[in-house]
Design a protein around this ligand. Structure first.
Ligand code: NZQ
Ligand code: ZN
Length: 385
């Protein structure tokens, strides 16, 4: 196990009917809020009405920034920063999924930066401060509700890049599984694929000795494998939604990467698909991951991939390569069983765009379980194509 420091000050308020806790949490920081949300699902579900009523009843003034798209754009962040400055905002409240939370977090950081917020994503400026962020989560997937990350799209440059800073960790997040009952099957599946991929990126590590972390990773994977089909079949199954919601947070709040190296190559490649094709992040990962696993399978990695197959899928084969291949096939079968099937071509990806996406993905060092160069990335994209 490697040395590590683990610090995560986010306050998680988990469970049913917790909205009465919203205003008191907000008022610890401010009574002037930017309310950020997506394309309208929260109005259809009635959550918007509940949240705004709670703000009004507690004399919290709010300004709205609606229409945050899946794969949030830097333009929306710029508009949000302007609203915060014009309205003397003291807290940014995200009500939605990971796209809304990431947009809100970047607005909060951009508020204190005189330059353009995209500078954070070209790494030409560091995040040194951010307005407090609060979250009411409506989709189990990104883990953004309790982590340092934000991932933003730039349509001008056709890039999607993530940034990390402790200033981005939300002050609080209300996780009420009932708010995810309305998540459609394809989004439930994509969310599960994203959660599992976050775990894969931390579980498949070049170093060993992190026994506890590996068992925790396996538990999150088995939780997704067990409950996703149930949540798809019974969208208002509270136990399924509750376990998936907490799995999504645990998968990427920093805990599972303590003491070991992490990989993140599959995410680096998927972000190119989301940048160029606006692809749903979890779907892109489901189409890529089995091919990534196959591509990185070699003498050095077979043991770990076989451990995954045996401990998560109860594969019995003694030979590591056979077990590993069985585990990869079971992973692919699972994604297909929850509706994440097909090829990149089926999703409208063109063969001509593969080399450019490979270039962009490999522009920065990629992978540690197996380091990938441009050709490796192109091979994986072509296998998934
Ligand atoms: O926009 P609305 O109308 O709200 O509809 C959304 C959206 O269309 C809908 N939805 C959300 N909650 C719902 C609902 N529909 C019905 N009922 C509900 N309760 O679902 C669609 C997808 O929402 P989105 O927020 O995009 O999904 P998700 O939570 O998977 O977030 C994806 C984003 O997270 C980023 C991804 O890159 C992507 O931009 N990620 C953030 C990370 C982080 N900050 O740590 C890490 C991840 O790897 C990921 O990259
Ligand atoms: Zn992800």
């Amino acid at each position: 196990m490697l040395n590590f420091v683990f610090e995560n000050p986010a306050k998680i308020i988990f469970g049913k009917d917790q909205l009465s806790r919203l205003a008191p949490e907000i008022k610890k920081h401010s009574d002037r809020v930017l309310l950020v949300y997506g394309g309208g699902s929260i109005k259809k579900t009635g959550l918007y009405q509940q949240v705004t009523a709670a703000l009004k009843e507690n004399a919290v003034t709010y300004v709205e920034l609606s229409g945050v798209p899946a794969n949030p754009r830097i333009e929306t962040v710029r508009a949000g920063i302007k609203l915060c400055r014009e309205n003397d905002i003291g807290l940014v409240l995200a009500v939605g999924g990971g796209s809304v939370v990431d947009c809100a977090k970047t607005i909060a950081a951009g508020y204190y930066y005189a330059g353009d917020p995209w500078d954070f994503f070209t790494y030409s400026a560091r995040i040194t401060n951010a307005l407090p962020v609060g979250v009411v989560l409506t989709l189990a997937a990104s883990g953004s509700e309790m982590n340092v990350n934000a991932v933003i799209n730039n349509d001008q440059t056709q890039e999607k890049i993530g940034v990390g800073s402790r200033h981005l960790i939300p002050r609080f997040a209300i996780l009420d599984p009932v708010n995810t009952f309305t998540v459609p099957p394809e989004q439930t599946a994509a969310g599960a694929a994203d959660i599992m991929s976050h775990v894969f990126e931390q579980y498949f590590s070049a170093n060993s000795g992190a026994y506890l972390l590996d068992r925790l990773c396996e538990a999150v994977l088995q939780t997704c494998i067990h409950y996703t089909p149930i949540a798809i079949k019974e969208p208002d199954n509270y136990e399924a939604r509750a376990n998936l919601m907490w799995a999504g947070t645990i998968a990427l709040n920093g805990l599972l990467s303590t003491g070991k190296e992490t990989d993140w190559a599959a995410h680096g490649i998927e972000h190119q698909l989301s940048a160029m094709y606006d692809m749903t992040h979890g779907l892109g990962l489901a189409l890529l991951i089995p091919h990534w696993m196959e591509y990185v399978l070699n003498e050095n990695t077979a043991g770990k991939l076989a451990e995954y197959a045996r401990n998560v899928w109860s594969v019995k084969d003694d030979d590591d390569f056979t077990a590993a291949r069985r585990g990869i096939q079971l992973t692919r079968d699972f994604f297909q069983a929850i509706g994440l099937t097909g090829t990149l071509k089926d999703q409208g990806v063109t063969a001509e765009s593969l080399p450019l996406m490979a270039e962009k993905a490999a522009a920065r060092p990629l992978g540690s379980f197996k380091k990938l160069d441009v050709q490796d990335v192109l091979n994986i994209l072509q296998a998934a194509y």
